[in-house]
Design a protein around this ligand. Structure first.
Ligand SMILES: NC(=O)c1ccc[n+]([C@@H]2O[C@H](COP(=O)([O-])OP(=O)(O)OC[C@H]3O[C@@H](n4cnc5c(N)ncnc54)[C@H](OP(=O)(O)O)[C@@H]3O)[C@@H](O)[C@H]2O)c1
Length: 290
């Protein structure tokens, strides 16, 4: 089967391309980071005609859309761009996928929740985003769930892993620790940090089983960022004393974030047969790849 990974240069996209190659006929797109390989196509997702044309031409069995406007604070001021990419482009791509009979996969986030539940969130829990990034993801989720076609929504959280094109939380923290710089990391934002390879593995299973609806595809452990960074330092043999805890309220971030929004992954583990890794296991897998 042919699959199209939209955003093949990104963190999740590049792991998907690598893991899917050999199993699938993989095509991918790039946007600002040019990749000169035969199956890589340049694409701007807000160009709806170009998206429809590429999907019609390739006629893939599955389209995995990893593109997003996900700078959480910038989404509060760049609302037009955030909606154009996270909602309008995503829905157009879903419609183009449905038109050729392709399974469509969209990524969402724990930021669709307000963090007030006091326990890990289930797929069926009500959404109530606190910021515009989460709101755009919620809007897209609603449109996709009520739209045509076989649409899968993969909610994930704090994705980390190796990627040449852009830093993620773990690679940024590793860089700071290696340069022996002190860091202030929030100890009151609890999520489900997710190793990108583990996420990609579960997405490929979801494609194999043509799953639809909402799945929480995230790390198997609820942990705050400060404690996650301590484990990272331990696993990579770096100095933990450089890491200081800070409260979210002290950072004066523009966008409000849910403080306690881990994702329950029972449905994913049971239905996809993939174990979602805790922080230490995921970081150890990442270290082995370095
Ligand atoms: N990373 C996280 O912690 C996290 C947490 C929860 C949910 N998610 C969601 O997971 C998905 C994947 O995240 P990620 O971390 O892999 O993102 P990423 O590393 O930023 O990758 C985004 C990809 O989308 C492409 N892209 C961006 N804007 C585009 C546009 N206007 N037109 C076409 N392509 C465009 C980028 O291409 P170029 O690089 O070539 O510009 C890149 O390949 C996103 O939907 C994100 O919201 C991520």
């Amino acid at each position: 089967m042919r699959i199209l990974v939209v955003g093949g240069t990104g963190l999740v996209g590049n792991r998907l391309v690598e893991l899917a190659s050999g199993k699938f006929d993989v095509h991918a797109t790039y946007h600002s980071h040019s990749i000169r390989k035969p199956n890589f196509h340049k694409l701007e997702v807000t160009d709806h005609r170009a998206v429809r044309k590429l999907i019609e031409e390739l006629s893939p069995g599955a389209v995995v859309n990893t593109s997003a406007y996900h700078q959480v604070d910038k989404c509060e001021t760049e609302m037009g761009n955030a909606k154009a990419i996270n909602v309008d482009a995503a829905v157009n791509m879903a419609e183009a996928s449905a038109a050729v009979g392709a399974h469509y996969i969209y990524f969402s986030t724990e930021y669709v929740f307000d963090g007030k539940k006091g326990a890990a969130y289930m797929e069926s829990d009500d959404t109530n985003p606190l910021g515009y990034y989460g709101e755009t993801k919620m809007m897209a989720e609603k449109a996709l769930l009520s739209g045509k076609g076989d649409n899968l929504i993969a909610r994930t959280s704090v994705v980390y892993g190796w990627n040449d094109t852009k830093l993620n939380f773990a690679t940024w923290a590793l860089g700071e620790l290696e340069k022996k710089r002190e860091m202030r990391i929030t100890d009151d934002q609890v999520g489900s940090p997710t190793f990108a390879d583990n996420l990609a593995e579960a997405i490929l299973k979801a494609i194999e089983y043509r799953k639809t609806g909402v799945y929480h595809i995230a790390g198997g452990e609820a942990i705050d960022r400060y404690n996650f960074t301590l484990i990272l330092a331990d696993v990579f043999g770096l100095d933990k004393k450089l890491i200081m805890p800070v409260r979210t309220s002290e950072l004066k971030q523009r966008a409000k974030r849910p403080l306690f929004a881990p994702l329950n992954v029972d449905k994913t583990e049971k239905e996809l047969g993939v174990k979602m890794l805790g922080a230490k296991e995921g970081l150890e897998r990442m270290r082995i790849q370095s």
